[in-house]
Design a protein around this ligand. Sequence first.
Ligand code: CA
Length: 231
Amino acid sequence: MTESNSLQVLLVEDEANIAKNIAEYMEHKGHVFDFAIRGDQGLNLALENYYDLVILDLNLPAMDGFAVCRVLRKKADRHIPILMLTARDSIDDKVSGFQAGADDYLTKPFSLQELEVRCLALSRRYGLQTSEELKLGPLVIDRKRKSASRSGVTLAVSSMGFKILAILAEAYPQVVSRSELMQKLWGDEPTESDALRSHVYQLRMVIDKPFAKPLIKTVFGAGFTLAIDEE
Ligand code: CA
Protein backbone atom coordinates (compact mmCIF):
# COMPACT_ATOMS: atom_id res chain seq x y z
CA MET A 1 0.00 0.00 0.00
CA THR A 2 1.55 3.25 -1.12
CA GLU A 3 0.69 6.76 -0.03
CA SER A 4 -1.03 7.48 -3.32
CA ASN A 5 -4.50 6.26 -4.13
CA SER A 6 -3.26 3.75 -6.66
CA LEU A 7 -4.33 0.25 -5.70
CA GLN A 8 -2.94 -3.12 -6.74
CA VAL A 9 -6.09 -5.10 -7.30
CA LEU A 10 -6.85 -8.71 -8.12
CA LEU A 11 -10.16 -9.07 -9.92
CA VAL A 12 -11.68 -12.55 -9.92
CA GLU A 13 -14.64 -12.42 -12.29
CA ASP A 14 -15.77 -14.85 -14.99
CA GLU A 15 -18.05 -12.48 -16.87
CA ALA A 16 -15.83 -10.84 -19.47
CA ASN A 17 -18.00 -7.74 -19.93
CA ILE A 18 -18.11 -6.95 -16.24
CA ALA A 19 -14.37 -7.54 -15.84
CA LYS A 20 -13.67 -5.30 -18.82
CA ASN A 21 -15.89 -2.47 -17.52
CA ILE A 22 -14.37 -2.57 -14.06
CA ALA A 23 -10.81 -2.70 -15.35
CA GLU A 24 -11.28 0.10 -17.88
CA TYR A 25 -12.79 2.44 -15.31
CA MET A 26 -10.37 1.58 -12.52
CA GLU A 27 -7.21 1.54 -14.67
CA HIS A 28 -8.18 4.94 -15.96
CA LYS A 29 -8.18 6.08 -12.32
CA GLY A 30 -4.64 4.79 -11.93
CA HIS A 31 -5.24 1.40 -10.30
CA VAL A 32 -3.32 -1.67 -11.42
CA PHE A 33 -5.08 -4.96 -12.12
CA ASP A 34 -4.44 -8.68 -12.27
CA PHE A 35 -7.21 -10.93 -13.47
CA ALA A 36 -8.49 -14.41 -12.82
CA ILE A 37 -11.54 -16.09 -14.32
CA ARG A 38 -11.77 -19.19 -12.15
CA GLY A 39 -11.97 -19.26 -8.37
CA ASP A 40 -8.96 -21.55 -7.92
CA GLN A 41 -6.81 -19.32 -10.18
CA GLY A 42 -7.82 -16.29 -8.15
CA LEU A 43 -6.94 -18.04 -4.92
CA ASN A 44 -3.47 -18.99 -6.15
CA LEU A 45 -2.74 -15.48 -7.40
CA ALA A 46 -3.90 -13.95 -4.12
CA LEU A 47 -1.65 -16.28 -2.13
CA GLU A 48 1.38 -15.75 -4.35
CA ASN A 49 1.30 -11.98 -4.88
CA TYR A 50 0.74 -8.83 -2.89
CA TYR A 51 -2.58 -7.05 -3.53
CA ASP A 52 -4.11 -4.13 -1.69
CA LEU A 53 -7.48 -5.67 -2.36
CA VAL A 54 -9.27 -8.59 -4.00
CA ILE A 55 -12.54 -8.01 -5.85
CA LEU A 56 -14.16 -11.41 -5.81
CA ASP A 57 -17.25 -12.51 -7.72
CA LEU A 58 -19.47 -14.98 -5.88
CA ASN A 59 -20.46 -17.30 -8.74
CA LEU A 60 -17.27 -18.55 -10.32
CA PRO A 61 -16.19 -21.69 -12.17
CA ALA A 62 -14.20 -24.37 -10.28
CA MET A 63 -14.48 -22.74 -6.83
CA ASP A 64 -17.05 -20.17 -5.75
CA GLY A 65 -16.33 -16.87 -4.01
CA PHE A 66 -17.30 -18.20 -0.57
CA ALA A 67 -14.78 -21.03 -0.84
CA VAL A 68 -12.03 -18.73 -2.15
CA CYS A 69 -12.69 -16.38 0.74
CA ARG A 70 -12.57 -19.11 3.36
CA VAL A 71 -9.33 -20.62 2.08
CA LEU A 72 -7.69 -17.20 1.76
CA ARG A 73 -8.57 -16.35 5.34
CA LYS A 74 -7.11 -19.63 6.49
CA LYS A 75 -3.93 -19.67 4.42
CA ALA A 76 -2.88 -16.06 3.88
CA ASP A 77 -0.41 -14.70 6.41
CA ARG A 78 -2.09 -11.30 6.46
CA HIS A 79 -5.65 -10.02 6.23
CA ILE A 80 -6.22 -9.38 2.52
CA PRO A 81 -9.17 -7.00 2.07
CA ILE A 82 -11.93 -8.73 0.07
CA LEU A 83 -14.84 -7.02 -1.65
CA MET A 84 -17.38 -9.59 -2.78
CA LEU A 85 -19.58 -9.11 -5.84
CA THR A 86 -22.84 -10.91 -6.22
CA ALA A 87 -25.84 -10.92 -8.50
CA ARG A 88 -28.04 -11.98 -5.64
CA ASP A 89 -29.30 -9.68 -2.96
CA SER A 90 -30.64 -11.95 -0.27
CA ILE A 91 -29.80 -11.59 3.39
CA ASP A 92 -28.57 -15.19 3.42
CA ASP A 93 -25.85 -14.47 0.92
CA LYS A 94 -24.70 -11.41 2.80
CA VAL A 95 -24.48 -13.38 6.01
CA SER A 96 -22.64 -16.25 4.30
CA GLY A 97 -20.28 -13.79 2.62
CA PHE A 98 -19.33 -12.16 5.88
CA GLN A 99 -19.06 -15.52 7.61
CA ALA A 100 -16.74 -16.68 4.86
CA GLY A 101 -14.62 -13.62 5.62
CA ALA A 102 -15.51 -10.95 3.05
CA ASP A 103 -14.94 -7.38 4.30
CA ASP A 104 -17.53 -5.71 2.14
CA TYR A 105 -20.21 -6.58 -0.32
CA LEU A 106 -21.58 -5.07 -3.54
CA THR A 107 -24.65 -6.32 -5.38
CA LYS A 108 -24.75 -6.29 -9.18
CA PRO A 109 -25.54 -4.04 -10.93
CA PHE A 110 -23.44 -1.43 -9.15
CA SER A 111 -21.99 1.88 -10.27
CA LEU A 112 -18.27 1.89 -11.03
CA GLN A 113 -17.90 5.03 -9.00
CA GLU A 114 -19.40 3.25 -5.99
CA LEU A 115 -17.03 0.34 -6.56
CA GLU A 116 -14.00 2.61 -6.50
CA VAL A 117 -15.17 4.40 -3.36
CA ARG A 118 -15.63 1.06 -1.57
CA CYS A 119 -12.24 -0.18 -2.76
CA LEU A 120 -10.46 2.92 -1.52
CA ALA A 121 -12.25 2.77 1.83
CA LEU A 122 -11.35 -0.89 2.31
CA SER A 123 -7.71 -0.44 1.43
CA ARG A 124 -7.46 2.57 3.73
CA ARG A 125 -8.95 0.57 6.55
CA TYR A 126 -6.48 -2.27 6.07
CA GLY A 127 -3.58 -0.24 4.71
CA LEU A 128 -2.85 0.69 8.30
CA GLN A 129 -1.82 -2.89 8.81
CA THR A 130 1.20 -2.76 6.59
CA SER A 131 2.74 -0.08 8.78
CA GLU A 132 4.57 -1.04 11.97
CA GLU A 133 1.97 0.52 14.20
CA LEU A 134 -1.64 -0.53 14.18
CA LYS A 135 -4.08 1.71 16.02
CA LEU A 136 -7.63 0.78 16.88
CA GLY A 137 -9.27 3.25 19.24
CA PRO A 138 -7.35 3.06 22.54
CA LEU A 139 -5.32 0.05 21.42
CA VAL A 140 -1.91 0.49 19.78
CA ILE A 141 0.08 -2.47 18.52
CA ASP A 142 3.74 -2.04 17.61
CA ARG A 143 4.67 -4.91 15.32
CA LYS A 144 8.36 -4.16 15.29
CA ARG A 145 8.80 -4.06 19.05
CA LYS A 146 6.05 -6.64 19.58
CA SER A 147 4.48 -4.48 22.23
CA ALA A 148 0.99 -3.18 22.82
CA SER A 149 -0.59 -0.38 24.79
CA ARG A 150 -4.10 0.54 25.77
CA SER A 151 -5.05 4.17 26.49
CA GLY A 152 -1.34 4.96 26.72
CA VAL A 153 -0.62 2.20 29.26
CA THR A 154 1.95 -0.34 28.09
CA LEU A 155 0.63 -3.88 28.41
CA ALA A 156 2.83 -6.71 29.62
CA VAL A 157 1.68 -9.18 26.97
CA SER A 158 3.40 -12.51 26.49
CA SER A 159 4.63 -13.38 23.01
CA MET A 160 1.63 -15.68 22.45
CA GLY A 161 -0.70 -13.01 23.83
CA PHE A 162 0.80 -10.51 21.41
CA LYS A 163 0.19 -12.85 18.48
CA ILE A 164 -3.43 -13.37 19.47
CA LEU A 165 -3.98 -9.65 19.90
CA ALA A 166 -2.37 -8.85 16.54
CA ILE A 167 -4.52 -11.46 14.76
CA LEU A 168 -7.71 -10.05 16.31
CA ALA A 169 -6.68 -6.47 15.52
CA GLU A 170 -5.83 -7.28 11.92
CA ALA A 171 -9.15 -9.01 11.39
CA TYR A 172 -11.17 -6.30 13.15
CA PRO A 173 -14.15 -5.86 12.84
CA GLN A 174 -14.43 -9.49 11.72
CA VAL A 175 -14.83 -12.25 14.27
CA VAL A 176 -11.93 -14.72 14.33
CA SER A 177 -13.02 -18.29 14.99
CA ARG A 178 -11.20 -20.54 17.46
CA SER A 179 -10.09 -22.85 14.66
CA GLU A 180 -8.74 -19.92 12.62
CA LEU A 181 -6.80 -18.65 15.63
CA MET A 182 -5.39 -22.09 16.34
CA GLN A 183 -4.42 -22.52 12.70
CA LYS A 184 -2.61 -19.18 12.69
CA LEU A 185 -0.88 -19.79 16.01
CA TRP A 186 0.10 -23.43 15.65
CA GLY A 187 -0.46 -24.32 11.98
CA ASP A 188 -1.46 -27.93 11.53
CA GLU A 189 0.42 -29.17 14.60
CA PRO A 190 -1.95 -30.92 16.95
CA THR A 191 -2.60 -28.69 19.95
CA GLU A 192 -4.53 -29.27 23.14
CA SER A 193 -7.84 -27.47 22.91
CA ASP A 194 -7.22 -25.97 26.35
CA ALA A 195 -4.07 -24.20 25.17
CA LEU A 196 -5.95 -21.48 23.31
CA ARG A 197 -8.37 -20.97 26.18
CA SER A 198 -5.50 -20.54 28.61
CA HIS A 199 -3.64 -18.07 26.38
CA VAL A 200 -6.79 -16.00 25.84
CA TYR A 201 -7.41 -16.05 29.59
CA GLN A 202 -3.89 -14.79 30.30
CA LEU A 203 -4.22 -12.12 27.64
CA ARG A 204 -7.47 -10.94 29.20
CA MET A 205 -5.80 -10.64 32.60
CA VAL A 206 -3.30 -8.23 31.08
CA ILE A 207 -5.40 -6.32 28.61
CA ASP A 208 -8.85 -6.22 30.20
CA LYS A 209 -8.66 -6.73 33.94
CA PRO A 210 -7.15 -3.32 34.82
CA PHE A 211 -9.67 -1.46 32.65
CA ALA A 212 -13.34 -0.61 33.01
CA LYS A 213 -14.45 -2.34 29.81
CA PRO A 214 -13.21 -5.56 28.22
CA LEU A 215 -11.55 -5.23 24.83
CA ILE A 216 -11.63 -8.90 23.96
CA LYS A 217 -15.12 -10.06 23.25
CA THR A 218 -16.30 -13.66 22.96
CA VAL A 219 -18.90 -14.10 20.27
CA PHE A 220 -20.89 -17.12 21.30
CA GLY A 221 -20.48 -20.00 18.88
CA ALA A 222 -18.33 -17.92 16.54
CA GLY A 223 -15.04 -16.93 18.17
CA PHE A 224 -13.38 -13.74 19.32
CA THR A 225 -13.31 -10.11 18.25
CA LEU A 226 -12.29 -6.76 19.71
CA ALA A 227 -14.78 -4.33 21.20
CA ILE A 228 -13.27 -1.06 20.10
CA ASP A 229 -14.64 2.27 21.12
CA GLU A 230 -12.87 5.41 22.22
CA GLU A 231 -11.83 5.57 25.85
CA1 CA B 1 -19.88 -14.89 -12.10
